[in-house]
Structures are given as structure tokens and as C-alpha cells.
Design a binder for this molecule. Sequence first.
Ligand code: GLN
Ligand code: ZN
Length: 761
Amino acid sequence: MQIHNLGFPRIGAKRELKFSLEKYWRGELSQAEFLAQSRERRDSNWQIQQTAGIDILPVGDFAHYDHVLNTTVILGLVPERFTAQQHSEHNNALDLEFRVARGQAPTGCQCAASDMTKWFNTNYHYIVPELSSALVENVKAEVKLAPLLVQFNDAQKFSDHRKVVLIGPITYLHLSVVENEDKLALLPALLKRYQQVLNQLSAAGVQWVQIDEPVLGLELNKEWRQAFAQVYETLTKGSLKLLLTTYFAAIDHHVDLIKDLPFDGIHIDTIAEPTNVNNIIERLPKHWIISLGVIDGRNIWKADLVCIYQKLQPLYRQLGQRLWLAPSCSLLHSPVDLESEQKLDQEFKSWLAFATQKCQELSLLKQALLTENSDEITLYSNAALARCVSTRINNPEVQQRVNGLTAPDYHRKETFEQRKQVQQQVLNLPLLPTTTIGSFPQTGDIREVRAKWRRQEINEHEYQNLIKAEIKGVIERQEAIGLDVLVHGEAERNDMVEYFGELLEGVAFTQFAWVQSYGSRCVKPPIIFGDISRKKPMTVEWIKYAQSLTDKPVKAMLTGPVTILAWSFVRDDLAREQVAKQIALAISDEVGDLIAGGTKIIQIDEPAIREGLPVKQSQWQYYLDWATSSFCLSAAKASANIQIHTHMCYSEFNDILPAIIALDADVLTVETARSNMALLDAFEQQPYPNDLGPGVYDIHSPNVPSVNWMVSLLEKAQHYIPLERLWVNPDCGLKTRGWHETKLALENMVLAAKQLRNKFN
Ligand code: GLN
Ligand code: ZN
């Protein structure tokens, strides 16, 4: 039996890759220095895996920026605007990658970067391939395998047993964008490229190719299923062996499609969804390698090795050498090494396993299976199971509250129409009210204040005063600009999830559990380990203070339960929807206290609602039902006179509109400016019933939008939403912007609203 790994985190235990990337981009590292550091990173990753006992090392999982982008480069499919004449004097492969990913690089001209989007249901973003028949058929753009083959040789220092990781053609095509052509029509030409890649790998002496087809987790329509079969019937693999690799979802529904194709093995994720492994194995050819993903590649908990061992033992007896073991998916989605954590308390630390430890877990499992001796893993499992019985995770009061919830707890008492009337009396807002999404520019000074407070260089009192001074400044600026609904600016928050996580019971933080989000960007998700409750009010004092400075209404800012859940590592001993309910109750407590403190408007942000969608569309509705219920639960306490806002961004919402309507927020502010209000088209079929604030300018750009431009967007919006229900606001929070452009943009935005008011009043 062999143990292998589908991929290792690239960033390094101390985010070394991030820092080399950023230095290179700033011109502080030469290309040779950067490449040398990347090579060190790869070597170190192989070393870690080899030391942990991994038998077959992955090659090609590393990327300077993104592995989908790597595939694009390997296939010779970089769009022409990045390779065109104006860059040619700097014919430089590394910078080409960065131009595609970021629109710029130390050499070459600037050009619009390729789009970036979420990798299945993870928080990792890939660079979307832009394909066209012209590009795929262009014989001058050749496949380019040399760098990968160099890595294959490099890895030999660590093991003779290596496999090349490659995204398969169907997944690659499925994830790409193709304009005005049928995607599948590009397949024959794409296949020719894949054939060349396989030929070169075979010629280089590669034995195994891990061909990643996670798209098999989706349902796939007939055309795509046929295409899948056709692809693998057509490709000639020569001396190569192909391990069809799937993850993030069960593939039981595709066994008939797969079983007659010339693969040499399959990798199945046994963690993501329930899957009938025995049944799958029975239906597959008897010579295939069966690789089981038995260690969770996407969470941070120690595995219950005894439980896995007991399931595997009969399979090992049956399959012998044919059984391989691996993490469920690439460890790209795990932090690197638990040993970096010096400050965690010992009990909590003993519950965790990061990527390095997950490799060791596989090794322990293998030993136990080979020797039929489970002593060592019994000790290990005891440590893993200790978490689920620890008194630290249970809060009977929270459990009782969740169990006691009934239908009325999930709904506001009055209809939107009733609420709207009452709120108009209370708030007396003008037609087309203007507001912002919450955060204002996070200046160096603000960051410094928070950092000093964390390092205890200033005391609580000093900290409060400095943040209050910030709030005061922000309120004054908003009044001067003439906005109607003000915000306190979120200066006390480093991150919209971390801020609440730190104030909630049942959530822990690490120092180094970073996970790559995209390129050099990493996130350090909070760890939800136990029942969630609120220790004390989290935002009330700040909001009260802000409101005391102005007669205009100040909108309080909370992060919603679905977003807190989506951006955290979550306990696996309780269903996600239960955890969401617990968070919702904590947020609901905050809503109650805000209202008691006199707040009239509360925004509960849910930018991540779409991200939580399961891979299979047939499961979307179930998720959307509990996700919307959790949001509703957090807001339901608000009586008719309290206006609830929510905000969403980062994604397309057209296909989940019914769920967004079901949130029943009084006001929804949503990102639309970049797409020129394309979102609103969806409201043609299904009108949005409550108030709507479609973003009128893109906060991701420092450009100041003109009054006319915003007026034109609002006029467009007015076709879909009557004026009486239309709000005027930017696309998202302003924390990444500078004050200069923020002031000018908001002044223009207020002018745009006034111009339209005059026209219609
Ligand atoms: N209220 C948050 C802010 O303004 C919302 C951020 C977000 O949508 N991601 O920063
Ligand atoms: Zn946003």
C-alpha cells in the first residue's frame, strides 16, 4: 500500500512565498533570486512530505501564483493581449504569469488582468482561463512543459516515486470563459494540446499522472458527460498511468461514465460527502488503483485514525497493493505546520493537525494497516476524540436555546410594506437616500492604534479615545459630504469576521494558520471549536458614541452568521446549519442590545452567502434554506420601526435571487457597478420586492466616478426598482481606499442623488 499527497501548501509555514512574491513585485528581489527562493520552497515542501513518510510525492502542485494559471501556461493558452508585441522585448515567462494574474509585472506593459474566481466551494481563487477557438487552434502557441519537467527532476532528490499533477481537460474547459462560442466546440483542439503534454511527460520518464477532474463532483449534463468519455477514449497515454482524481464531492453518480475509460486508478474524496466506496470499488475494473482520501484536507482537526482504520482494514485485505491512501483533496486548503504555533494552549493544540501533521497521520495509518497493530493510532485517536468530549466545547445554555427555536423566531412580525411605512415615519429619509457600506479608509494611523493596543503599548482607555476620535472624524466628514444614513466607519475592526470571532465564546485564533486565498494573499480563518455565544455586547458602545455626535441616523454594522461560518474553520462534530444557528443567536443578541441602545438601522453583512453553495446543484436549495433561515433568525428580533439592511458583493447573485429575496432585509445593498448593473436584469424575471441599493461606483478602483455616470446608472436601475425603493450607495466598503478619492466620489454620489430627486420631486 502506498500513501500519497495530492498537493502541499505553497506559501510556506511563515508565508515565505508571499514575502518573496511581494519583494519581487516591488523590485527588491531579482528574478534569479525569486526563482531560487521558489525552488527552495518546493524542495522544502517535498522534504516535509518525505520526512512525514509520504511514498509518492506530487510534482506540479506548486505555483508562483495559481495552479490553474500554470495549466494555462503549460497548454500554451495565455491570451494574446499578454503575449502581444508590446511585451515582446521583455520575453520573460515569469512576468507573463504575473501580467495575466495582476495586469502588471516588473517588465512588460500593463493590461487588464484575467478574471479571478472561487475554486469550487473553497476560499481559494483561481485565474479564469480565457479561451477561444482562435487561441486553442493557434499552432504558434506551443505547449510548454520544460519548467514542470525541471521540477520533476528536482523532486528526485527526495524520492524516486513522484507523480505529476495536472488539471484534466474537462475541468479546465469547464472552468474557463469562452465568449460567443460553444465551449465544447473547443475540445478537439484542446485535446491535441493535452496529447502533446502527455507525450512529453511520457518521454520524460514520468510514470503516474494525477489527472484532476474535480468537475466530476458536479451533476454535469449529457453533453459534458459525453465529452468526458470522448476525451479519455481519445487521449493516448503511452507508458503513462493515469490516476483520475476527484475531490470536494462524491462521484458515485458518475461511476458508469468512468468505469470503462482507460484510467489506471481513481482518487475518491471520502470526507466531503457521504459516498459508497464499496459499491464504487465493486463496479470499477479490478486492476485499478483505488486511492481513498481519508484525511480531511480542508479542516484543521486531528483525524480519528482508529475509526478510519476500522473502515479500511477490510478494504486493505481485499485490495492489498491496489489501495492507496491520501488526504481528501490537495492540502493547499490547510495551514502548513502546527509546530509553528507557540502560543496555543496545550489542550487546544492537541486537537489540531495541519498539512504537515496530516501527512504524518497517513503514515501512522499505513503502519497500523501493514502491521495490523493499532496501539499507536489508539493513542492518537484518543487525543482526537478528547476534543468532542471536552467541557470547553459544550454550552448547554446555547444548545437549549437552539433546540427551543420555533418558526416565529425566524420571521419578523410585520410585512415589508407595514415596516416600510413605520420606518418612513421614524427615519424621515428623502427620496433616494444616500449611504455607504460601512468601512471608511483604514489609514496607517488607525492600524497603528490597533497594533499598539494589541501589543499593550496603550491602555484600554487610550485606545477607546483614539478610536472615538476616528469615529468623530468620520461622522463629521459624512455630514459635510451630505450623506443621509451615516456609519461609524469600522476603525476598530481589522477584519469583519475576525473582529466578531474574537468577541465570541467558542472561537479560537492561531498565529500562523494561514491559507492561500489567491496569489500572495493569505487568510487566517478563526477556528470555531465549540458552542458559540456572546460574552458581552460587541458593537453597541461604538455605535452609541457615533449616534451621539449627529442627528442623522447611524447604521450599525454586524457580520452575518453565514459569512462568519464561511470564513472560519468549523467544528466537524456538529452540522454546519446548527453552528450557523448558534452564531445567528449571538448576532441576534447584539441586534437586541443595539435596539435597546437606540439604534434605528442595523446592517447585517452577508457577502459570503453564495460561497457556501454545495458543489452539486441538487443540494443548493437545502443549503440556501438554512443559510437564509440563519440570517432571518439574526434579524427577526427587529420590530417594524427598525430598518434591517444587508450587503452582498464578490459574486453573481442572479441564480440565487429567491434566497436573497427570502432574507427579507428592508434594504439590500449590492455590488453592481462593475457589471454596469447587469445584476438588475435578473430582476426583470423576478422583481425585487424590498428596498435596493445597487452600487453606483466600483470601490476597487481609485478613479472618481462622475455625477453623470452615476445618474445614468440610477436611471437604469429605476427601470427595475421604483424610485421609492431605490437607495444610492457605493459597491462595497471603502476601507481599502484613500480619503482623497473617497471624499470626491461620495460628494459626486450625493450630487447625483440630488439631481435625480430634483427631477422627480
Ligand atoms: N461592512 C463591510 C465594509 O464596509 C462590508 C465588507 C464586505 O462586503 N466584504 O467593509
Ligand atoms: Zn462588499
